[in-house]
Unconditional design. Structure first.
Length: 280
C-alpha cells in the first residue's frame, strides 16, 4: 500500500503536513460523486487508517463553491438500479470505515453541502462550516422520490433529534450554514476564509496527543453508542486495558510525575523510548 503522501488520484487532492493529512474532493463542476469517486475515497480512507504518519485528517473541497452536491444524478439515468445500489452500499461502507478508523476526520465545508455531500460530512468526527448564506445545506433526495441513502437516514438522527431529522428528509428543506449549525449539524461556524485555519488548529492539537488514546476514545464513543450500556462499558474497559499497558500510557504517566510535557509523537513513531527524558 502506498503511503498517504504518495497518493496520486484523479478526483482528490491530498497532501501531508505536520502529520495532518488534507483531502480535497475535486470533481468539477459540483463535486458530485459516482462509483469511481467513491472507490478513490475508499482508498484514501484505508491509507489514512494504515499510515502512522497521518494523525489527523481534514476533509474539504477543491471548489470555492461546492463541498459536494452528493451522488451524481446523471448516474441514475445511465446506470442500472443494481449498480447504483452497489454504489450506495459502497458509500455506506466507506462512511463506516471513516467512523471506525482511529484517526479523527474533520470536515471543512465551504460551499453547497447537499444530499450525499452532507452524508460524507456527517461521516466525519467534527464538522466546520463557512458562514455564508449563499451555501445550501440539506438532504433533498425526497424531490427525486428517494431517501438519503448514503447513511443519512441513520447518521442525521444520531446528531440531531429524530423529528427534526425526519422533517428535513421528508420535506427536503434547504438550510443556511447558520441554521444547520443551530440544529447541531455543524460543530463550529466561521467566516469562510477562516474555516480551514480553525480546523487545522484543532487537528494540530490532536497531533500532539497520543494517537492511540485519541483513537480509542473515538472508537469507545462511536461503537459504544450502538451497544447496550453494559456491553458498551465492557467495550470501554477493553479499550482502556489496552492503553494501561501501553508505551503511551508509560510516557504520559512518567511525564506527569516528572512535571514535563509528554512526547507521544516521538514514542508512537519510534523516535523516543517511553519514559526517557526528552530533549532540553
Amino acid at each position: 500500500m502506498k503511503s498517504f503522501s504518495e497518493l496520486d488520484l484523479e478526483y482528490f487532492q491530498t497532501d501531508l503536513e505536520d502529520h495532518i493529512g488534507t483531502i480535497r474532493l475535486d470533481r468539477p463542476p459540483a463535486n458530485a460523486h459516482n462509483i469511481d469517486v467513491l472507490l478513490e475515497l475508499q482508498r484514501v480512507v484505508e491509507t489514512v487508517r494504515f499510515d502512522e504518519e497521518v494523525r489527523a485528517a481534514l476533509f474539504g473541497s477543491a471548489s470555492e463553491k461546492f463541498f459536494s452536491t452528493g451522488f451524481d444524478i446523471k448516474e441514475l439515468q445511465t446506470e442500472s438500479g443494481k449498480q447504483v445500489g452497489y454504489a450506495s452500499q459502497t458509500s455506506k461502507e466507506i462512511i463506516m470505515k471513516m467512523r471506525t478508523t482511529d484517526t479523527i476526520f474533520i470536515a471543512m465545508v465551504n460551499g453547497h453541502c447537499m444530499g450525499g455531500g452532507l452524508e460524507l460530512a456527517l461521516a466525519c468526527d467534527f464538522r466546520f462550516v463557512g458562514d455564508d448564506d449563499g451555501y445550501n445545506v440539506g438532504m433533498p433526495e425526497i424531490h427525486l422520490g428517494l431517501i438519503a441513502g448514503e447513511a443519512g437516514t441513520q447518521l442525521l438522527p444520531r446528531y440531531i433529534d429524530r423529528s427534526t431529522a425526519l422533517k428535513m428528509m421528508i420535506t427536503g428543506e434547504t438550510l443556511t450554514p447558520q441554521e444547520a449549525t443551530d440544529r447541531d449539524i455543524f460543530d463550529e461556524i466561521h467566516p469562510p476564509d477562516e474555516v480551514e485555519d480553525a480546523a487545522r488548529e484543532l487537528a494540530a492539537q490532536i497531533v500532539e496527543k497520543s494517537h492511540m488514546a485519541v483513537g480509542h476514545n473515538k472508537l469507545a464513543v462511536n461503537e459504544g453508542l450502538e451497544l447496550p450500556l453494559w456491553d458498551a462499558l465492557a467495550h470501554e474497559r477493553e479499550l482502556q486495558n489496552r492503553l494501561l499497558g501501553s508505551d503511551v500510557a508509560k510516557e504520559g504517566v512518567d511525564a506527569f510525575l516528572g512535571d514535563h510535557e509528554p512526547d507521544f509523537l516521538g514514542v508512537e513513531l519510534g523516535d523516543k523510548e517511553p519514559g526517557a527524558p526528552g530533549e532540553e
